[in-house]
Design a protein around this ligand. Structure first.
Ligand code: F6R
Length: 369
């Protein structure tokens, strides 16, 4: 059942192009309009939405953080992202015009379920993004979009994460379609770009070998830092979470702009710092800013591991290790930039002799609060 792989996690990492493709399947109707699985919310209700609140835990929380950038950009609806375990304890402001999106691979996470129940008590509409058919969270929600990643066995989430990002994007575009904030042809353009992502992820998987070698070189390091900006920031958090849970190493993700506000004090000779670099072709100035962050940590002795687009030459002088990813639109970059981080964590656990599929103290679905 591991299909020739040593671990389920490796198999599931390899299945990511299919997970994305299957999640996209059947989303565009004959009339060119987007279609969702179980949408028991009318267009009228969706037009009334004045706030989106995403609730989830762990890796699913990181998918929510990424979704915020796309949802706000496409729909202009304010979008908050909150850890499900914090959500209901702060008396959140919810109403009938709040759309709560609950993201959960298992559909059974107690914290997320409790957040869903709390939202429904406040009469908010709840849409679940879930990988498990008929599980509790979708059953208790008003609408469901299933991620079709297939069963995820390894405790560390990989293919479900990429499928969640894709599903969130489809939901964001659907909202934009219903509310008219994006024209049909703009939506079709983004969908075409998303449809190219399975091939882009496949390409990353084919060039992943250097990441494995890297894990072997860095195996005795005490701590690994991850930096990113914009959608690269949640990617940094996800890279750190994967390394903690699988390799039991201290790891932290930071927004690169925060470096100077404290974390730069952690940089000393030999500290590995993994940086995901936004596309130099994007109109904003984030690329140049992150290049100077890389320069800064490198000047203080960090071992820089730079994940940058093919053709991005500006990073070359400052990278101790350079990992190339295909050129993709900024909002879609997490779908390719997360993959090397998953492989890095998996390989690090392997060289340290840990059980990749069953990390200590963790369960696949956390059904207690
Ligand atoms: C990390 C991981 C966990 C889950 C979290 C939420 O690799 O698997 O952080 O993402 O427990 O689980 P779901 O998505 O099932 O609600």
């Amino acid at each position: 059942e591991k299909g020739g792989y040593d671990y389920f996690m490796l198999k599931e990492i390899a299945e990511q192009p299919k997970a994305i493709a299957d999640t996209l399947l059947g989303r565009v109707g004959l009339d060119g309009q987007l279609v969702l699985d179980e949408m028991r919310l009318s267009d009228e209700e969706l037009r009334e939405v004045d706030k989106v609140v995403i609730v989830s835990c762990g890796t699913s929380f990181h998918a929510g953080l990424i979704a915020k950038y796309a949802i706000e950009h496409w729909t202009r609806i304010p979008c908050e992202v909150e850890l499900a375990s914090e959500f209901r304890y702060r008396d959140p402001i919810l109403s009938r015009s709040t759309l709560v999106i609950a993201i959960s691979q298992s559909g059974e996470t107690a914290d997320t379920l409790m957040a869903v129940r709390h939202a429904r008590e406040q009469r908010s509409r709840v849409l679940a993004i879930c990988n498990t058919n008929g599980s509790t969270i979708p059953r208790e929600s008003d609408a469901v979009v299933y991620t079709h990643a297939g069963p995820e066995i390894a405790v560390a989430s990989t293919k479900a994460f990429l499928a969640q990002i894709v599903a969130c994007y489809v939901v964001g575009l659907y909202l934009a379609q219903v509310r008219g904030t994006k024209f049909g042809d703009e939506i079709a353009t983004v969908m075409d770009q998303i449809n190219e992502m399975p091939a882009a992820v496949e390409k990353v998987l084919e060039t992943i070998e250097p990441v494995r070698a890297l894990a072997r070189t860095l195996k005795d390091k005490k701590s690994v830092l991850f930096l990113g900006r914009h959608v690269g920031y949640p990617v940094a958090l996800e890279g750190a979470l994967k390394l903690k849970e699988l390799a039991y190493m201290h790891a932290e993700g930071f927004a690169a702009g925060e470096l100077k506000h404290g974390p730069i004090a952690l940089i000393e000779e030999g500290v590995p710092v993994v940086v995901t670099v936004p596309s130099p072709s994007a109109r904003h100035r984030l690329h140049d800013k992150i290049v100077s962050s890389i320069q800064e940590v490198r000047a203080r002795g960090a071992h820089t591991i730079v994940i940058a687009e093919e053709g991005d030459e500006a990073v070359v002088p400052y990278a101790n290790t350079l990992i190339r990813i295909p050129q993709v639109p900024t909002l879609l970059q997490p779908l390719v930039s997360t993959v090397p981080l998953q492989v890095f964590a998996c390989e690090m656990a392997t060289v340290k002799g840990y059980d990749v599929d069953q990390p200590r103290n963790l369960a696949k679905s956390v059904t207690v609060e």
